[in-house]
Design a protein around this ligand. Structure first.
Ligand code: IPE
Ligand code: IPE
Ligand code: MG
Length: 227
């Protein structure tokens, strides 16, 4: 068994799921995907995982139509309002990574409120990556480092990243069939175990997560050493 403290997921394939089901609108896939977020969060919490970092909206996703972007912003707002009771009942702390300054005011207020209400919990932390891009995060960290006017260590750099309050990523999962990172946690996955599944995010169940964890437990994690 490997120690499992942090799972990160690139929740991809919502649009294709909607198309496959015969829906004309991609956003129905996002709607369905949000339900899986709830299930996977509860499951990860029951498994004793400490951090679940979910890619909800990338710095590149602004390229999508205004309708889709608008829908996603409203969906995140609605999701958080609905999920507060789930967080409260399950001892789940809510955090975000990414540049929140470009988000609509209402979403920002809901994010702050949810963080405030769950700040004292010590179970799972659900970290939502919103307007998150790894390159953007690294550049913001570099600019903070430059202003310190001294050379810094890896550990000090870690503390300048948005993920400063988390632990290293043990498992990175990408659903939807593509094998790329799409600007997600480039620094943080240095020693993660990577899993790419063809399952589209709205079809991703807790059993599928269990299968991945089972594979993860068979891996000999050497971190450069010899066992
Ligand atoms: C992932 O699903 C969700 C977001 C990027 C917000 P997509 O919307 O990318 O779905 P596909 O990849 O087009 O199927
Ligand atoms: C990655 O999915 C971003 C999120 C899941 C939020 P994309 O669908 O945006 O990634 P690409 O465009 O296929 O790389
Ligand atoms: Mg996609």
């Amino acid at each position: 068994m490997n120690e499992l403290k942090h799972i990160a997921i690139i929740m991809d394939g919502n649009g294709r799921w909607a198309k496959k089901q015969g829906f004309l609108k991609r956003v129905i896939g996002h709607e369905e995907g949000a339900k899986r977020v709830r299930e996977i969060t509860i499951h990860a919490s029951n498994l004793g995982v400490k951090y679940l970092t979910l890619y909800a909206f990338s710095t590149e996703n602004w390229k999508r139509s205004d309708t889709e972007v608008g829908f996603l912003m409203k969906l995140m707002d609605r999701y958080l309002k609905n999920e507060l009771s789930l967080f409260l009942e399950n001892n789940v702390k809510f955090e975000t990574i990414g540049d929140l300054s470009k988000l609509p005011k209402t979403l920002n207020e809901t994010i702050s409120y949810t963080k405030e209400k769950t700040a004292h919990f010590d179970g799972l932390t659900q970290v939502l990556a919103v307007n998150y891009g790894s390159k953007d995060e690294i550049i913001r960290a570099v600019n903070k480092a430059v202003s310190l006017k001294k050379e810094i260590s890896e550990d000090e750099f870690d503390k300048l990243l948005d993920t400063k309050n988390t632990l290293p990523v043990d498992i990175l999962i990408r659903t939807g069939g593509d094998k790329r990172l799409s600007n997600y946690l480039l620094w943080q996955v240095a020693y993660s175990e990577l899993f790419f599944t063809n399952t589209l995010w709205p079809d991703f169940t807790k059993d599928k997560l269990n299968e991945i964890i089972c594979e993860f437990n068979k891996i000999d994690r050497r971190f450069g050493g010899v066992k």
